[in-house]
Design a protein around this ligand. Sequence first.
Ligand code: IFM
Length: 453
Amino acid sequence: MSHQPFPQPARAHLLPTDFRFGVATSAFQIEGAPTADGRTDSIWDTFCRVPGAVTGADTGEVACDHYRRMPEDVDLLADLGVDTYRFSVSWPRVQPGGRGPANAAGLDFYDRLVDRLLARGVDPWLTLYHWDLPQELEDAGGWPHRDTAHRFADYAALVFDRLGDRVRSWTTLNEPWCVAMYGYADGMHAPGRRDREAALHAVHHLLLGHGEAVRRMREQAGPDHDFGITLNLTPTLPATDSAPDVAASHRADGLGIRLYLDPLLRGAYPEDVTADLAAEGITLPVRGGDLDVIATPLDVLGINYYFSERVTAAGPPLREEGRPATGLGWPITPGGLTDLLVRLTREYPAVPLVITENGGAFPDATQADGRVCDADRVAFLAAHIDAVAEAYDRGADVRGYFVWTLLDNFEWAHGFGPTFGLVSVDRQTMARTPKESARWLRDLLRAQRRPQV
Ligand code: IFM
């Protein structure tokens, strides 16, 4: 088979030489080893046992066996030439049950991971919460319950105490929108509740937990530490110029984007959104001082970008016939990323931006010679890196871009079907095979790092 030249992000040369390139993963999606060294159940362990909750009844029991294969995986990602690895810590591994002292054996794993990354010249970027709430905290009320925010801040302080001497970049939460809406409103994700009011209470307590955690960690931090949160932002556009479509798009923007950014960066919930919620009979459980805590200054705002969508007043977001889409049917819209980054820089108080996740699930083709060909993924990544470079050129303060994800892994309620990885994982043997996209990324980063003449 002939090798086609891979597409290149034409504007990548516009990015500064200290622009970060990384790959991202999360604990539950790759680690496995659910009972090793004192770990107890998270809500996702429980959810996977619910018949019909996860496609194919897949579970995180083995996942990518990363808990045992961590050194090999660090070597794989270091060989890509990335300068940053974003990973998450499993809360029930390091504080089983979500209360009380740290579990030293659980923390030891992350200690070894951080040391190995640093030895390979890769900067660790730690996310404290990527969806795996200790089951006991859910049993006590979960994120709709205010106490969970305080428990999260305690947990953050425990992890910081152990790893803060070597980890400079700290993200509190990954995608609070998904935690609240998929977990507590739609029931598609753990813990599988369907209660819209509880979901909106969860939003407030997630943001409060974020702010409290940042404050607690800053008490112990030095000037080199960076603290932030990662939001999944899905920009919306009205499907037509009609007033109802424009209003529907604005409402979706309010619930998906401004409900998070406004309190974090401006210290207030958007009034149009709280008025809409009040009309539904829902009031956010805000107490005096909460918004000051939530608006604790950030050093970085993480953005997970997958697509933008067109909204109509008539029903769910439009899936436009013939528009390019990923294997999960998500529209491929790199221009939406440029517009989002430029908008954030124009509309919100200044904060450095990092794309903490971007990637696509595509079906991969394994050739007779063993190569895993994923030209769709290469084209997707090239277009999005190009979109980031364009935003940078237009003045957006964007400092980094991380590919989602290193390994084909447990894609939540979809199980192991959709593959987002740069590296494929044989589900029987756990053997890792870097795909063509991994080779492409390595070559791109080499060229990027080459001194300009
Ligand atoms: O796999 C997820 C990840 O855990 C959170 N962001 C989106 C990814 C793809 O769905």
